[in-house]
Design a protein around this ligand. Sequence first.
Ligand code: SF4
Length: 693
Amino acid sequence: MTDTHCPYCSLQCGMTLERRGRVLEVQPWAEFPVNEGTLCRKGWTATGLRGHRERLTTPLVRDRGTGELRAAGWDEALDLVAGRLRELRTAYGADAVGVFGGGGLTNEKAYQLGKLARVALGTSQVDYNGRWCMSSAASAANRALGIDRGLPFPLVDVEHTDVLVLVGSNLAETMPPAARHLDRLRANGGHVVVIDPRRTPTADRADTFLQPVPGTDLPLALGVLHLLDAMGAVDEEYVEARTTGWDDVRRSAAAWWPERVERVTGVPATSVRALATLLAGADRVMVLTARGAEQHAQGTDTVLAWIDVALALGMPGKEHAGYGCLTGQGNGQGGREHGQKADQLPGYRMIDDPAAREHVAAVWGVPPESLPGRGRSAYELLDALGTDGGPKALLVFGSNIVVSAPNATHVASRLADLDLLVVADIVMSETAALADVVLPVTQWAEESGTMTNLEGRVILRQQAVAPPAGVRSDLDVIAGLAARVGSPVAFSTDPEEVFAELGRASSGGRADYAGITYDRIRDEHGVFWPCPSADHPGTPRLFGSSFAHDDGRARFVAVQHRGPAEPVDAAYPLHLTTGRVLGQYQSGAQTRRVRELVDDGPFVELHPMLAQRIGAYDGEPVVITTRRGELRAPARVVDTIRPDTVFVPFHWVGANRLTNDALDPASRMPEFKVCACAVAVAARAAERTGTPA
Ligand code: SF4
């Protein structure tokens, strides 16, 4: 029996793995407090990829003659990759090599990947797919609160607040075990508010449901601020003692009276007033944002506006209250703390801070001046591939870019222009299928490593079974490449050793792991960072007495509503929004291959009024078109979506051929959650274009 954690989302539910003959069974781990033995269907079926016929077990190299991938030995594959990387570096400079990581990688892998880029390859061109997940919340929290830890309190605190406001979160579907906190909160007499363009299963659990136009959560927050101020409900004492910047926010909110909010958001003015009244009368209010609020070209400002609401009410730092972000990917939190981001070094240090460079370089045993500077953000990195001045080679770990990147057709064309694409993965993902070299790596349950869940709790995934013959861990691959490209220092392949080094590198940083060990994690059901020393208890709750800015105060930040980067017009009259479904995870590379998980493929969710207008019936193929591409999928006619909006899940190839690559100026987050689209019945669309239906 091995205690470990689910391979998927940021809840990182605890589970026990038990071997029964050749079968590996998932069992509940009731003592682990985050999920108390409950799992969603993805967790229960997590062993479904073990022994899967599509599992990669040998390196593959693209044959120059046939253009096909052929089996190769590890030495041949790694020698080939390292040789090409050295040639490209010599010809074009160190930044000719790009590295792309993932929010599902363990802390140890994320750390070693950043070190591989900066120390062994000397490139600044490293970033990861977490940039597309919760980076807007990260940049907003850093700016307002001085630190980015998704939830600054344990998730269980949700049960004890008075009013919970969920902005753009469908946690009942994306992390079902967390939904019990909503039920318990309501049983305790609390009130749940859900704000979402779709009436999701989470909204079905709400006492108040508001359904704004996609991309208008920001003016809704400004409207609430306007009313709180008008009602005299701003906690002036708290604002005076613990914050700065309220006067600017008060001025910017003054222009957002309820009727104007209604005109922009579609939320009735009476509902905006009712929400403000509810918040004004509550002792404890908790605001949580997720991708619905964050994945916008104004995502950072949207989150800032909701943090402003929480600050105006005097909530951050108060028990069972405040602001938090519900991180998405399994290690979305730890993955953004230890150096695989273009602008960061381990410990959430900034790469252009001389003191940070000196500290981390000393741990790595290299001169600080040898470390490159800030590189391109994830989408900008992909956009530059194969161009003059852009990377000529890309190493991809733990990411299925051609499914998950916005404007995916363009991204696929950039990958095609590379001299070398290397993908480390467990199965032949859509991105691996395009690679010149594919490296088969271990999956969860076959390796150990730490993750940091949405609460900032560092947890330990423990190895339960041996990997298949022929497969190596990502840490082995990274170390093998580092040695072959002539790294000045050695890279450990032992996860516990790497974690200890990560702890030293993070020491004194914002995300300080120095006092955390594998043994402590085992003994304490995870340890919350910051935890600077072995005798420090960890920090489940932040901001009790001060915020993380030097003066200890939080910052109100005044923001303006700009609206979606691509407004609807006559040619594209509808809003397209994207998201997840219960049985699938991220690009679906894993979950689409698990037999027990239903895979009906993508669908287009539309309101009965819209369906009637275009003449579509439930299940009929429709074509959804944006300025970047089109997708054909069956209509799913539901009255839970706004009539001016359509929804497509993003787990399959196609959804992100539609999405917009407009970026948030602060977080560089693409605008996945809203763009302009048109939809038509497939047969009629085919008649118009002359293509077969
Ligand atoms: S909620 Fe998330 S972590 Fe928990 S079982 Fe489901 S996918 Fe796994």
